[in-house]
Design a protein around this ligand. Structure first.
Ligand SMILES: Cc1ncc(COP(=O)(O)O)c(C=O)c1O
Length: 449
């Protein structure tokens, strides 16, 4: 597959033209990549008015993902999430009332901040599964149906996160069918799942019925940090595609990174060539590793194929202890909390990496689960909108002393950047216990007069 953006930059380098344009490094500098770092000069196209090399590259991505349109983001899924919310509000004017979005509670903070920015009212879907974890939110089509029936008008959208930080996902196909039956589009934060499209059996949200989906290409594909996609399904309302660029431009810098754009461009070539078979091989290798770890007494949770989610507490360990054990064995994991340690692999990992995981963990000497469990978060009282809370005067207070206070802005441990309490909610005793469990020691609350 051709790489029009990278080819343009390469030809520009060959031409030896003097750079009397931005950026100020003029192609020279300590990183070595400066020569490839250009800006929107003649012929380089413009990300938000693309009709040249960027448009061609985005069409290539759309063909690979089987979408009506795939737009590039150089500012991560965070930018795409803001754009998805904007598009859904634009599509469903609410007659002067605040738009409503029904969302699974394990949403990333970029969703909550976008809701504050766009003054969205969020109706939360709370997890139905046992064993509360901040990252997880098991919800069912029946639960969604119940909530949609109770709303006086269809929401602007239903919003899900899949896969989540632990690698779990709800039944997207069934939830899409339910949302559509009630006239609501389905938006999916697929930040962790770009690669799912390229496995022999795709479970990519767009293939399961989502109307809009964002993927952080940089999380699971060989793409520089910041590279992401906003996908519009072929079945989505036409205005999602017509306004997609406009929506991204609203939240993006006017100086998109051409390093990231070239990286997204090269990813298309990889995905059109051998990357799908390498992904399949990597998923199979991880399955072998999971079996070996189970044989050594470790409990490995169910997850998407490229995550290795160690059920630390069930295996007798605190997740952070496991992360330290792995670190001693020269392995750095993606995420650890008291219950889990999560490792993310791609075909770029080597056999040495997988062997290190196995030898760092060895045989599990503790076979008894830890008795401690995450306190269950009871749905907090909503006092005001996330927007009102975000714009109110605020102060930082110790989380342990915050009972009864109204949260101003989500305070998150990053990763997973999933808020315990969102702006405008009253902090309850159960929330304080969850803050303590996840090591959150201070929170930003609305100042009391
Ligand atoms: C579930 C989820 N959604 C969205 C994001 C934001 O993605 P990005 O960092 O590409 O902006 C993240 C980041 O970690 C995430 O984990």
């Amino acid at each position: 597959m051709e790489t029009p953006i990278a080819d343009f930059v390469s030809a520009y380098l060959q031409s030896g033209v003097s750079r009397l344009h931005m950026p100020g490094h003029k192609g020279r500098g300590p990183l070595g990549c400066e020569r490839l770092d250009i800006t929107e000069i003649a012929g380089a196209d413009a990300l938000y008015q693309a009709d040249g090399v960027i448009a061609q590259s985005e069409r290539n991505a759309a063909a690979l993902f089987g979408t009506a349109a795939t737009f590039y983001s150089t500012e991560g899924s965070s930018q795409c999430i803001r754009a998805m919310l904007y598009l859904s509000i634009l599509h469903a004017p609410s007659g002067g009332k605040r738009p409503v979005i029904v969302a699974a509670r394990n949403a990333h903070q970029s969703f909550v901040l976008a809701a504050a920015l766009l003054d969205v009212e969020i109706v939360w879907l709370w997890p139905e599964d046992d064993g509360f974890s901040l990252c997880r939110c098991g919800i069912s089509p029946l639960q969604l149906e119940g909530i949609l029936k109770r709303l006086s008008r269809p929401p602007a959208a239903v919003y899900l996160t899949a896969p989540d930080y632990l690698g779990g996902a709800p039944d997207i196909a069934a939830l899409a069918e339910t949302a559509h039956r009630f006239g609501a589009p389905l938006l999916v934060d697929g930040a962790h799942g770009a690669y799912l499209k390229f496995l022999p059996h795709s479970t990519h949200p767009i293939d399961l019925g989502a109307d809009l989906c964002c993927d952080s290409a940089h999380k699971t594909l060989p793409v520089l940090t910041g590279g992401a996609y906003l996908h519009v399904s072929r079945h989505a309302p036409a205005d999602f595609m017509e306004n997609g660029k406009r929506a991204l431009a609203l939240f993006g810098s006017t100086s998109p990174s051409y390093l990231i754009l070239q990286s997204l461009d090269f990813a298309n070539r990889h995905l059109a060539e051998d990357y799908p078979s390498r992904l399949t091989a990597c998923a199979a290798r991880l399955e072998v590793l999971r079996a070996a770890l189970r044989g050594n007494g470790w409990i490995v949770a169910k997850s998407d194929p490229l995550k290795l989610t160690l059920a630390a507490a069930e295996s007798g360990w605190d997740g952070k202890e496991l992360a330290a054990l792995l670190r001693q064995g020269k392995v750095e994991c993606e995420y650890a909390d008291p219950d889990f340690a999560v490792l993310m692999a791609t075909p770029e990992n080597t056999e040495q990496d997988f062997n290190r995981i196995l030898s760092a963990l060895g045989h599990n000497p503790r076979q008894k689960p830890l008795l401690r469990r995450c306190p269950v978060l009871l749905p907090p009282e909503t006092v005001c909108s996330p927007r009102k809370a975000a714009f109110a005067p605020s102060e930082s207070v110790p989380a342990s002393l915050a009972e009864g206070r109204i949260l101003a802005a989500p305070t998150v441990s990053c990763p997973p950047a999933v808020p315990v309490v969102v702006g405008g909610e009253r902090i309850s005793q159960s929330a304080i216990e969850v803050f303590a469990y996840y090591g959150i020691s201070s929170v930003q609350v609305v100042r009391e007069r």
